[in-house]
Design a protein around this ligand. Structure first.
Ligand code: PLP
Length: 391
């Protein structure tokens, strides 16, 4: 043991808050102070903290069976795959423990698809500001200096394009490209949504060139934008999609969903995971999917998202020196800031409100999808209080 070195690898600049309990949209700190949570563990606790149905699903499964490995059939995993296939474009699903692992499989699936066709197409186009995780493949995909510095040589096969530059995309996307990988709404990148027309245009370009369309819905999926998946707003479907975060409601779970065409070359032995799709995660995931797809749930997300957005527009109008604009849809919202976003996150925290900073000087507002209308109004009151202290 080296005395001066922290026992926890210090890769995070943590806020010194220690939460000990969560209930719905509220977190209780060790001191007893209660915070209104607009972070949801970075878009993870889609149904809030300690949702009774998720606690029950996890407890029931924990009492029956925790783990058997993918050597055997796992009924909860099969049920979750069937539910996802029934509610999406996908023909098939593979379960992972995180979004990063989903990104890794998506990349492998693209490579294998073209390998299977005997074609030398390995370039995946990605976009500046993207975030696909922290594995060597995922940092190479995003390509940002901040994430890749010191970790070279980077995995080859990615070309990062500027965000929102149609001409650059058209010039790069030809019939040598293997796939395009994009978040319909960039989360870490600062709640930057790809307009529906662009997603449609991208689908058309992929169809014309044969390139696969890979959507990363790790952050914007699972009801966050008011549709089960964000791409549904544009009326197009991908070939491959990464899912994680909200699907586990707080239990580690991710997935790759794909069409049969894209997935067919992934035959026995081409991929695997010890924990991916374990009974505990899938029992929770199946309950999350059941609740989010139940009648009226997504409609309520859209209604509450509209309410919150309207109140945020009023907040921006009241504090023009603090905020510049509102971004996002549903309950995936952001405030572009005029002062450093981290100062605003701190001021909100002093008002017992939790928010998440993102790139592009944005603060993210990602409440549980189950947040009440009263708590939305309360969160806006606290944001107003925070902004007033800064102005
Ligand atoms: N993709 C996107 C869009 C994300 O926002 C994230 C995490 O923030 C990831 C991938 C990586 O997911 P995980 O942290 O679960 O590995």
């Amino acid at each position: 043991m080296t005395a001066a070195f922290p026992a926890l690898l210090p890769t995070y600049n943590r806020t010194p808050l220690r939460f000990v309990r969560g209930e719905g949209s509220w977190l209780t700190e060790a001191s007893g102070a209660r915070y209104l949570d607009l972070t949801s563990g970075i878009a993870v606790n889609a149904l809030g903290h300690a949702h009774p149905a998720l606690v029950q699903a996890l407890t029931d499964q924990a009492q029956a069976l925790w783990h058997v490995s993918n050597l055997y059939r796992i009924p909860a995993q099969e049920a979750l795959a069937e539910a996802l296939v029934a509610h999406t474009f996908a023909d098939t699903a593979f379960f992972t423990n995180s979004g990063t692992e989903a990104a890794e499989l998506a990349i492998k699936m693209v490579r294998r698809y073209w390998h299977d066709q005997g074609a030398d197409r390995t370039t995946i186009l990605t976009f500046e500001g993207a975030f696909h995780g922290r594995s060597t493949g995922a940092i190479a995909a995003a390509g940002s200096e901040k994430m890749t510095a010191g970790f070279g040589p980077l995995m080859p096969g990615f070309k990062t394009l500027p965000w929102g530059d149609h001409d650059a995309l058209r010039a790069a996307l030809d019939d040598t490209v293997a796939a395009v990988m994009v978040e319909p709404v960039q989360g870490e990148g600062g709640i930057r949504a790809l307009p529906d027309a662009c997603l449609k245009g991208l689908r058309d370009l992929c169809d014309a060139t044969g390139a696969l369309m890979v959507l990363d819905e790790v952050q914007c999926g699972m009801g966050r934008t008011g549709r089960l998946f964000a791409h549904e707003w544009a009326g197009v479907t991908p070939d491959i999609m990464m899912v994680a975060k909200g699907i586990g409601g707080g239990f580690p779970l991710g997935a790759v969903l794909a069409t049969a065409k894209a997935a067919r070359p992934m035959t026995v032995g081409t991929h695997g995971s010890t924990y991916g799709g374990n009974p505990l995660a899938c029992a929770v995931g199946a309950k999350v999917v059941e609740i989010i797809t139940a009648d009226g749930f997504l409609e309520a997300v859209r209604r509450k998202g509209g309410q919150m957005r309207q109140q945020l527009e009023a907040l921006v109008a009241c504090h023009p020196a603090v905020f510049e604009e509102v971004r996002g849809t549903g309950l995936m919202l952001g405030l572009k800031c005029r002062m450093p976003n981290t100062d605003i996150v701190k001021a909100a925290q002093a008002a017992f409100l939790l928010t998440v900073p993102a790139a592009d000087n944005v603060i993210r507002l990602l409440p549980p999808l189950t947040i009440s209308e009263d708590d939305i109004t309360e969160s806006l009151r606290r944001l107003d209080q925070a902004a007033s202290t800064l102005a």
